[in-house]
Each structure stands twice: as structure tokens, then as C-alpha cells.
Design a protein around this ligand. Structure first.
Ligand SMILES: Cc1cc2nc3c(=O)[nH]c(=O)nc-3n(C[C@H](O)[C@H](O)[C@H](O)COP(=O)(O)OP(=O)(O)OC[C@H]3O[C@@H](n4cnc5c(N)ncnc54)[C@H](O)[C@@H]3O)c2cc1C
Length: 377
């Protein structure tokens, strides 16, 4: 066994850490104040190459793969989980095109996504409930040379930053009655809806996509009619959950660093509080959860790169690491005492961001359902 990252992935990790510290960290206060995504960053991320990490070179990416993508999202999220989640959902849109789109669709949509002309999306959730895919209401009715789309997608990351959203809608009944599409945002009948105000991940754009008698041409169908469920499940389980695990891993790493720093700096009874056993035990817990989280994340990405089945391992990583990020950011916040609740300390942001990561990409209950089904089968 080899626990070292491959050389090119280690280089991606170092490069992205440097970029995140120099280019993203200065943007965080503005993102926290305005809850707006810094649009200029999209182009910069494109130039750095992190938008095209899973895009084959013939479509403008580097094709470095999912482990490289994992460490890139982790390092971005260590500085800003809001940018991390935006990057990871962008990759969900890209993966849908890479794995399921026609040659014409790949040629048209992948190069601008790699360059950073806009961010990708993957719009599945509806107001009827994200856990209940079959309960969706959006319809795509076949009409001569295309489809007439009606419906509404909600809680969609990068909704307003994407010029060609990918979405699923009903073309029939049951699991085979869902199809996947891409829509050009200037299509008549398509509109961006409201933008959400979340308790965390401030600056990540989350909003609605609205279809009102929107005519989408047949060539915008992704895969075959009826493939939508297969597309959605694969992208959510293998790409979305891995991305949320990476986002939470970045938060965990940042929480660990803040906890250690504060414990060494804060003096009580004439000594740093790192001398108190209660503080040491909390640091030990955070440290062990960080390490085990990283191993689950990297294994899931390694399996994906090897072309092996990874949906259970990815779901384990998502469920365990998001829950760990929440528990550990809370412990790290408590180490800060009252300071932890003050807005000028980063740790309150990590705690709020970790909470939002629990439901994004599928809740912990759904994660446990998937893991236990596999364990019991
Ligand atoms: C920040 C953020 C970004 C997001 N980005 C995207 C995106 O880009 N694209 C997208 O499509 N969606 C996105 N989502 C939506 C996300 O996938 C859903 O929030 C998630 O799937 C849960 O759906 P829901 O919120 O409708 O909760 P519901 O499905 O209504 O669930 C409510 C509660 O019921 C529980 N529950 C449901 N079914 C079961 C069951 N069988 N057994 C036990 N408990 C159950 C859930 O765990 C939860 O506690 C995002 C969400 C957030 C918060």
C-alpha cells in the first residue's frame, strides 16, 4: 500500500493551497458581507486549471482525475467552503457532460466550462423534496423537434452563475420516466428564480431555476430519453457526495488549525490552555477525525479514478466527513470560549458552513440508508 499522493496530485494540492491563500482568502470578508460569489474568481480558477481537472484534454481540461479534484476542493474549502462547494458542483455539471453527453454537446459546453466562462450546475432538487427523486414535478413533454419544459428547481448551487444549466425532468412515469437535459440560459421560457439566504456557505450562490413553457431542442437531451435517473444517481453518488466530502474535509482541516492556534495562544492560570487535559482531548479527537476523514475521502477518489465501483465508499466519506466537520468545528469553537461566538473569529464561519454541508448532496439519513443497505445485503 502507498499512502503518498501521486506526484502530480501532490503538486495540484500545493498549487491550489497557494492560490487559495493568496487569491481566495482576501475575498472572504467581502463574500461574508455581501453573500455574493466573486465572479472574477471564475476566470482565475479556469486559468489555474481547477475547473477542468476531470475534463479530458481534447475538451480543454487536464483530465488529471478525481483524486486531483478531491485535493483541489479540499484546499479551496480550507480557505472558503463557499468557493469549495461552488467548485465541486461545477465538477458535477462537467462530469454529467463527460460521462453522458453527445460529442456535439461535449464540444459545445466543455471548453467554456474549463476556461471559466461560467460555472457548471447539476439541478435535480425540487420543492417536493430532494430525498425523493421520483417525487419531482418538472415535466418535459415531447413536441415535434424538442421538449416543452415546465417546473422549478430549488437549492441549486451556481444557479445564477451558469449559462447552460443541466437538469432532470419527467418524460414519463417511474424511474425510467426521468430524462436529463442541458438548457442554454437565453432560451425563451427559462428564468433564474430567487437566490437563497443560507445560514452558512455565504458567497456560494444557491437559487432557483424556473421553466415556464420552455422549448428545449431534442439535441439538448443528455443520453437517451429515460436515462435521467441513472445520470442523476451516478453523478450524485460518485461526484456530488465526493465533492461535499472534500468541502467538509477542508472545513475540518481549517477547524483543526484554528483550534491548535488558539489553544497555544490563549493563556489561563498563567499557562496556554493547551496545557489543560480537556483541551488536549478535544484536539486529539479533532486530529483523529481529520485523519480518518482524509483517508475515506482519498480512498473514494482513488477508487473512482481506478474505474471501480465507489458509490458506497463515496457515500461513507460524505456522511462521515460532513458529520465530523460539524462535530469538530463545534469542538474547535468551544475551545475558543466566548471568542468562538464572535464574528471576527473564523471558527464561527466553519461551524455554520459545516452545518450547511450536512444536507447538500444528500442528508446523513439518506447516506446511512445507502450504507446500511449495502452492509445488510
Ligand atoms: C447549500 C446547498 C446546496 C445544494 N445544491 C444543490 C445542487 O446544486 N443541486 C441539487 O439538485 N440540489 C442541491 N441541494 C439540495 C440538496 O440535495 C437537498 O437539500 C437534499 O437532497 C435534501 O433534500 P431536502 O432539503 O428537500 O430535504 P427532504 O428530502 O425534504 O428531507 C427532509 C428530512 O427527511 C429526511 N428523510 C428523507 N427521506 C428519508 C428516509 N427515507 N429515511 C429517513 N429520513 C429521511 C431527511 O434526511 C431530512 O432530515 C443543495 C442543498 C443545499 C443546502
Amino acid at each position: 500500500m502507498d499512502f503518498d499522493l501521486p506526484k502530480e496530485v501532490a503538486l495540484v494540492k500545493r498549487t491550489v493551497r497557494d492560490f487559495a491563500e493568496k487569491r481566495i482568502a482576501p475575498l472572504v470578508p467581502e463574500m461574508e458581507a455581501t453573500q455574493k460569489f466573486p465572479v472574477s474568481l471564475i476566470k482565475e480558477m479556469g486559468e489555474l486549471g481547477i475547473l477542468g481537472l476531470i475534463t479530458p484534454p481534447e475538451y480543454g481540461g487536464s483530465g488529471l482525475g478525481y483524486l486531483a479534484r478531491m485535493v483541489a476542493v479540499e484546499e479551496v474549502s480550507r480557505i472558503s467552503a463557499a468557493v469549495g462547494v461552488s467548485l465541486q458542483v461545477h465538477h458535477m455539471g462537467v462530469a454529467t457532460l463527460v460521462d453522458f453527453a453527445s460529442e456535439e454537446q461535449k464540444q459545445k459546453y466543455l471548453p467554456p466550462l474549463s476556461r471559466g466562462e461560467y460555472l457548471g450546475t447539476c439541478a435535480i432538487t425540487e420543492p417536493t423534496g430532494g430525498s425523493d427523486l421520483l417525487g419531482m414535478c418538472s415535466s418535459a413533454v415531447s413536441r415535434c423537434d424538442g421538449y416543452l419544459i415546465n417546473g422549478r428547481k430549488c437549492f441549486i448551487t451556481n444557479s445564477h452563475l451558469c449559462k447552460a444549466p443541466i437538469f432532470v425532468a419527467k418524460t414519463g412515469e417511474g424511474p425510467k420516466g426521468i430524462s436529463a437535459f442541458v438548457v442554454d440560459a437565453d432560451t425563451e421560457g427559462f428564468a433564474y428564480g430567487r437566490e437563497e439566504h443560507k445560514m452558512g456557505l455565504w458567497g456560494a450562490n444557491t437559487g432557483e431555476l424556473i421553466f415556464n413553457n420552455c422549448r428545449v431542442p431534442k439535441e439538448n437531451l443528455i443520453g437517451d430519453e429515460g436515462d435521467g435517473m441513472k445520470v442523476a444517481l451516478k453523478i450524485i453518488s460518485e461526484v456530488g457526495r465526493a465533492g461535499m466530502a472534500a468541502t467538509a474535509l477542508g472545513i475540518l482541516q481549517a477547524s483543526f488549525e484554528e483550534a491548535v492556534k488558539f489553544a497555544k495562544e490563549r493563556t489561563l492560570y498563567g499557562k496556554p490552555i493547551s496545557n489543560l487535559q480537556a483541551i488536549q482531548w478535544n484536539i486529539a479527537d479533532i486530529s483523529a477525525q481529520l485523519d480518518s476523514s482524509r483517508m475515506l475521502c482519498y480512498r473514494a477518489a482513488w477508487l473512482k479514478d481506478a474505474g471501480r465501483d465507489c458509490s458506497i465508499e463515496t457515500t461513507m466519506a460524505k456522511t462521515y466527513v460532513t458529520e465530523s466537520a460539524l462535530q469538530c468545528s463545534k469542538k474547535a469553537l468551544e475551545i475558543h470560549g466566548g471568542c468562538g461566538t464572535m464574528m471576527e473569529y473564523n471558527i464561527q464561519r466553519f461551524f455554520r458552513d459545516a452545518m450547511v454541508c450536512i444536507s447538500a448532496g444528500g442528508t446523513s439519513e439518506i447516506g446511512k440508508l445507502v450504507i446500511s443497505r449495502a452492509a445488510l445485503s
